[in-house]
Design a binder for this molecule. Structure first.
Ligand code: A3P
Length: 302
């Protein structure tokens, strides 16, 4: 798809069924396949854009490092969540020097990851998914904010059509979700599969599961002292979105991709997508979702 279409920024190409930007995502994927040296101790946060990446990064970083930092002078008060762990597609070339266990992040679908990450060395993954209606609307509004001034905003109708056809960065969305979902069923000790909606509903329960999976279970003493709730509070939408660092920093992913960090915080609500979509759109996207997920055991709300 040419620039101006396919969510406006860089043009998108389809590689092995997945829509990627050639100069960033595809290049990053090639780097991961050819140069990344995984360790069995690596923890990789895998997400589809707009499903809660920023939140998951903050929660994981705070959980793993909870004995290193106090809550009053925590790095998350002065560093954006995206700055706390390397993003694989940005080809970070200093990873060999990182002490284990390394916390990493990626948007690459499970099916495109090299065997060295999924079979041989086998990293552990934490994946978060979200209702496709909320992902679509969050993505549409986000992309319009990032839009170069000379390009007209994309309409919701066009964004909807593209998303439903699977045309979205790292899409189709449903295939991305299913890749990690199936892996989590086959190797639950390697892939923790979370839902944004569950995290919103019972953050403390999910954070405890996260700690357990990461090999940093919360002790009874920590639980009774309220450490889990402190982490939830530190990483809440209200707290993170109001921090000066998250309002004023820019995220430089490449020489061309520079994003105002504040755009990663919009509403942080469940079900907001439906207030933008028509009944017909909701019906159609729900039908696609049921069809795609049929027999998988995975469901999203209506
Ligand atoms: P909305 O646009 O629906 O508000 P990502 O981090 O993958 O880019 O996803 C961004 C989405 O997560 C946005 O959704 C954003 O508001 C929401 N978000 C960011 N930080 C959050 C937090 N701490 N808690 C809940 N939602 C958060």
């Amino acid at each position: 798809l040419p620039r101006g279409k396919g969510w406006m920024t860089e043009h998108l190409v389809q590689y092995q069924g997945v829509w990627l930007t050639p100069n960033f995502a595809l290049k990053g994927l090639m780097w991961v396949q050819d140069h990344f040296k995984p360790r069995s101790t690596d923890i990789c946060l895998a997400t589809f854009p707009k499903t809660g990446t920023t939140w998951l990064k903050a929660l994981t970083f705070a959980t793993v490092n909870r004995t290193r930092y106090g809550f009053a002078d925590h790095p998350l008060l002065t560093t954006v969540p995206h700055g706390c762990l390397p993003f694989l597609e940005a080809c970070p070339n200093d990873l060999d020097g990182f002490p284990s266990p390394r916390l990493l992040s990626t948007h690459i679908p499970y099916t495109l990851l090299p065997n060295s990450m999924t079979v041989n060395q086998s990293c552990r993954f934490v994946y978060i998914c979200r209702d496709p209606k909320d992902v679509l609307v969050s993505k549409w509004l986000f992309m319009n904010k990032l839009r170069p001034k000379e390009l007209a905003p994309i309409s919701l109708e066009e964004a909807f059509e593209l998303f439903c056809q699977g045309i979205s960065h790292y899409g189709p969305y449903w295939d991305h979700v299913l890749g990690y979902w199936k892996a989590s069923l086959e190797t639950p000790e390697k892939v923790l599969f979370l839902k944004y909606e569950e995290l919103k509903e019972e953050p403390s329960v999910v954070v405890k599961r996260l700690g357990e999976f990461l090999g940093h279970p919360f002790s009874l003493e920590e639980v009774s002292k309220g450490v889990v709730e402190e982490i939830v509070k530190l990483c809440s939408f209200e707290n993170l979105s109001n921090l000066e660092v998250n309002k004023s920093s820019v995220l430089k992913l490449s020489t061309q991709i520079i994003i105002d960090n504040r755009h990663f915080f919009r509403k942080g609500k469940v079900g907001d997508g439906k207030s933008y979509l028509t009944d017909e759109m909701i019906k159609r996207i729900n039908e696609i979702t049921s069809e795609k997920l049929l027999g998988s055991g995975l469901v999203f709300g209506s």
